[in-house]
Design a protein around this ligand. Structure first.
Ligand code: GLN
Length: 495
């Protein structure tokens, strides 16, 4: 029998149904792998194996008694910014190192109701600010393809855990690329849905107008299995959209993949601006080869214009820190989270709790954001950035008049070395292709299309609003006709 960690969610669901293995077998198998191998990647902040086994045993009992939920008993894990009742939720920060949420995020609840069993909480950049997972209070995550390299961020633990075969699927969150970029660096598939598609209730806020939870898997189909139950209207999130949810999995399973030109009639837009200075030559080659493959599958490549990515980058790095500075004002050392020792007075309590509880990158963002929002600068920075954001949306709308999907590199480079101490501005440049999507609220995914410099490369597919199903089907057709998503780092072959 194929080792259990090589099975897709589809195969796991089938095996559970056929009683080839039980949910308890799966939880034990994955827990053993994590116990023996995660010292290499540091993907997990909290391992919740005792609870997972209890849930698995319950799932097995329910199945035995006739519960037919397809996903009942399939293991997964959550990014540690999704609140889970009764276990730690740290957001990768010392500020929340001891925080136990009194409630589950809606996403966590929905996933549990679908039958999934959570193995624990995954490492991430502090408060999801970062692109390399090095700002975590719980230590950096190591890229499974090369343990000396970063996994990407901020959902680095989620991407590394899926790539290592520690969980078949994982949740992540994406404010400016935090699902897509680590998916690209770790050679897995990751999708960020349309803003409003997935409830933000119980997801620790970074920049509320951009934050959206999504999924990681070894394929588009696996991503769909976890995403589908996450989606849907939630009255507890004022920005949740009330519209019928798609049947993502059924749509993919009904997609014809093996006809001569399965993508005939599909227009894929390519923008020159996404192939400018800063794009690694080998990454560009892989991306061009992937576009040629899409053409061979019947898609038509058309040229489109989008906003200059340098403008998009500046807009994001004004708005996201502005929202962060406001969201993070709640961590004051009084109500919950870290509190400094022996405060002299109230001002000292606030100042030291925040200075000691937040890491350098989070403090930098709070300072930048507070500056952009302060009286006298508000109009020149924040309001101007909001106006530019509107123009970015309009540029995307115009581009989508000419095509169905826009394709680009997910990131300009492959994974860089841990501890390379790149200056913040250089790291921010790595987000250049992903952040426009968040500013416009669009759905986008990244899927592996080969290697450059011996490391995985991801192609980004951007869709129109609510086009998750189309994006996943398109990536699925590519994956049904290619093998890149099946390549594994050596750690995934161990155990
Ligand atoms: N790298 C980007 C940032 O640091 C995006 C992070 C994210 O999507 N959460 O803000």
């Amino acid at each position: 029998m194929t080792q259990l960690h090589h099975l897709s969610v589809h195969e796991l669901a089938q095996g559970l149904k056929d009683k080839t293995f039980s949910s308890s077998d799966l939880v034990k198998h994955f827990a053993n792998r994590i116990d023996s191998l995660d010292a290499k990647t540091n993907s997990f902040i909290t391992k919740d194996f005792d609870n997972a086994l209890k849930h698995a045993e319950l799932a097995d009992k329910l199945r035995h008694n006739g519960d037919t939920r397809v996903l009942l008993g399939v293991p997964m894990a959550h990014k540690d910014n999704l609140c889970t009742k009764g276990t730690l939720t740290t957001a990768g920060s010392k500020m929340l190192h001891n925080f136990v949420s009194p409630y589950d995020a809606t996403v966590v609840e929905n996933i549990a109701n679908a039958g999934f069993v959570s193995l624990g909480k995954l490492n991430m950049d502090e408060f999801a600010m970062g692109s390399d997972n090095e700002s975590s209070h719980f230590g950096a995550v190591h890229n499974p393809w090369d343990l000396d390299r970063v996994p990407g961020g901020s959902s680095g633990g989620s991407a590394a855990a899926v790539a290592s075969g520690f969980v078949p699927v994982a949740t992540g969150s994406d404010t400016g690329g935090s699902i897509r970029q680590p998916a690209s660096f770790c050679g897995v598939t990751g999708i960020k849905p349309t803003y409003g598609r997935v409830s933000r209730y119980g997801m620790i806020a970074y920049a509320s107008s951009l934050d959206q939870a999504g999924t990681f898997g070894k394929s588009a189909l696996d991503c769909a299995y976890l995403l589908e139950p996450m989606t849907g209207y939630d009255a507890k999130d004022a920005t949740s959209i009330n519209r019928p949810t798609d049947s993502l999995v059924a749509d993919i399973l009904a997609t014809a993949t093996d006809s001569d030109k399965p993508l005939a009639g599909k227009k894929i837009g390519v923008a020159k601006a996404y192939f400018g200075a800063g794009l690694d030559g080998e990454v560009e080659q892989s991306i061009r080869a992937a576009l040629a493959q899409y053409e061979a599958l019947g898609a038509e490549i058309v040229e489109v214009d989008i906003t200059d990515p340098a403008i998009t980058l500046a807009t994001y790095y004004l708005l996201a820190p502005a929202e962060a500075s406001s969201n993070l004002s709640r961590y004051d050392g009084v109500r919950f989270g870290y509190r400094c020792e022996n405060p002299k007075d109230l001002a000292d309590l606030y100042t030291r709790s925040r200075s000691e509880g937040f890491g350098a990158e989070v403090q930098r963002r709070i300072i930048m954001g507070t500056y952009a929002l302060s009286a006298g600068y508000f109009d020149a920075y924040y309001i101007k950035a909001q106006k530019v954001r509107r123009l970015i949306v309009e540029d995307f709308n115009k581009a989508f008049e000419k095509c169905d999907i826009i394709a680009s590199p997910t990131a300009p480079t492959t994974a860089y070395k841990l501890g390379e101490s790149l200056d913040p501005a250089t790291i921010y440049l790595g987000d250049v292709y992903t952040i426009g999507v968040n500013l416009a609220g669009l759905p986008a995914l990244s899927h592996p299309v080969g290697t450059a410099n011996g490391l995985p490369v991801g192609l980004q597919l951007i869709g129109k609003h609510w086009a998750e199903s189309e994006l996943l089907q398109t990536a699925h057709i590519y994956q049904a006709n290619t093998q890149f998503h099946k390549e594994l780092p050596s750690i995934a072959k161990l155990g």
